[in-house]
Design a protein around this ligand. Structure first.
Ligand SMILES: [Zn+2]
Ligand SMILES: [Zn+2]
Length: 362
């Protein structure tokens, strides 16, 4: 067993061997890859990864669509697993506990953002779970969750109860927190009118959370294919954005999950005075939508902001909220050798659900 040899490595203070799936360059397909992770520090835990979700960001990163990626690259920032070893100063976890890791594995810990528990907005930059130089470990590249294990400082690990459905917990750690955080930031309350633009995986989560918070929710989608799904999940109405018919509603909050080019100003017009638009969908750089002074001034006293995942504290709150109210993404379990096929389906829009890799198949 590889994990037994990991325990020996820890005893001997050695680096921890790992295996997973990686791409070697931006046009590559995923193939098995062996590598090592940093030694177990006194505040670190070693997690045996049981499930890892595939996020659309993984595809953008693997293909260098946002910035030049660091290769070989093992993506994956939706990780759920079991603790198999803990460092001498670890207090939150013990061996056998379930644990989750999301989009970051460290931050400077000293800046104002970090001190205010907003590690994702660290002034030095958070250490992302993969495709990042880890300045806390000699700038070695980080490797993500498409693998059998991960070593993380306990401060960046989410506690997962023993009875939680782990394959559903994994995608919550990115898709869940990404949509939960702006709803909290905009202080959504019962009776608010919330619109969700884009109805893929993120849009579906935004709808479920906003409904649970008591809002009335409207969906904007490119067609009516998913109208029944939206209504079944409690949406009041689904607007087809290709239909020129005038939208009569005005919203307190619009959450945009759209990952392709679109007209931000057109959505601003739909906000009530004082309304807010939170943007979480991230299109590739060359088609990034723009908003200008005119669009803002002629839609005055409305606020537009971006939201990037959420803090560790908020991620824990999101997970507890999701488990309590049974709010989960729709998932499809795949084996590790199906990653390339999953990417293909996600790129061509054929994927219906969040793919989650069962690491027992590695
Ligand atoms: Zn993600
Ligand atoms: Zn910081």
């Amino acid at each position: 067993m590889l994990l037994d040899s990991n325990l020996n490595e820890i005893k001997e203070g050695k680096r921890i061997t790992a295996k997973g799936y990686a791409v070697q360059h931006k046009d590559d397909t995923f193939k098995p890859f062996e590598f090592s992770r940093h030694t177990l520090g006194e505040s670190d835990i070693l997690i045996e990864i049981l499930y890892a979700g595939i996020c659309h960001s993984d595809i953008h990163s693997a293909r260098s669509e946002w910035h030049n990626g660091i290769y070989p690259m093992v993506p994956g920032h939706e990780i759920a697993g079991r603790v198999v070893a803990v460092g001498s100063k670890v207090s939150k976890f013990k061996v056998g506990d379930y644990a989750g890791v999301g989009c970051m594995v460290n931050s400077c810990g000293e800046c104002e953002a970090c001190k205010a528990s907003n590690e994702q907005y660290c002034e030095r930059g958070m250490v992302a779970t993969y495709d990042c130089k880890d300045y806390c470990h000699n700038n070695e590249p980080t490797y993500g969750g498409y693998s059998n294990n991960i070593v993380v400082s306990e401060k960046f690990v989410i506690m997962v109860p023993q009875d939680a459905p782990l394959e559903k917990v994994a995608p919550l750690l990115c898709a869940g927190i990404t949509t939960y955080a702006p709803l909290k930031f905009s202080k959504v309350k019962a009776g608010d009118k919330v619109a969700v633009a884009g109805f893929g995986g993120l849009g579906m989560m935004a709808l479920k959370y906003a409904k649970q918070m008591g809002a009335e929710v409207f969906i904007f989608a490119r067609n009516k294919n998913k109208e029944q799904d939206a209504l079944k999940l409690g949406a009041t109405k689904l607007y087809d954005t290709t239909d020129p018919k005038i939208v009569i509603e005005r919203f307190d909050l619009i959450i945009s999950t759209i990952p392709t080019p679109y007209d931000i100003t057109a959505y601003l017009k739909l906000l009530k005075l004082g309304g807010e638009m939170g943007i979480v969908g991230l299109p590739p750089s060359e088609v990034d939508p723009k908003i200008g002074a005119q669009g803002l001034i002629f839609n005055a006293h409305k606020k537009v902001y971006g939201s990037l995942i959420g803090s560790i504290k908020e991620t824990q709150e999101m997970l507890d909220f999701s488990l309590k109210h049974k709010i989960y993404p729709e998932t499809e379990i795949i084996s590790a050798n199906q990653i390339n096929e999953a990417y293909e389906n996600l790129t061509t829009g054929r994927a219906k659900f969040r793919y989650v890799i069962d690491m027992a198949t590695l």
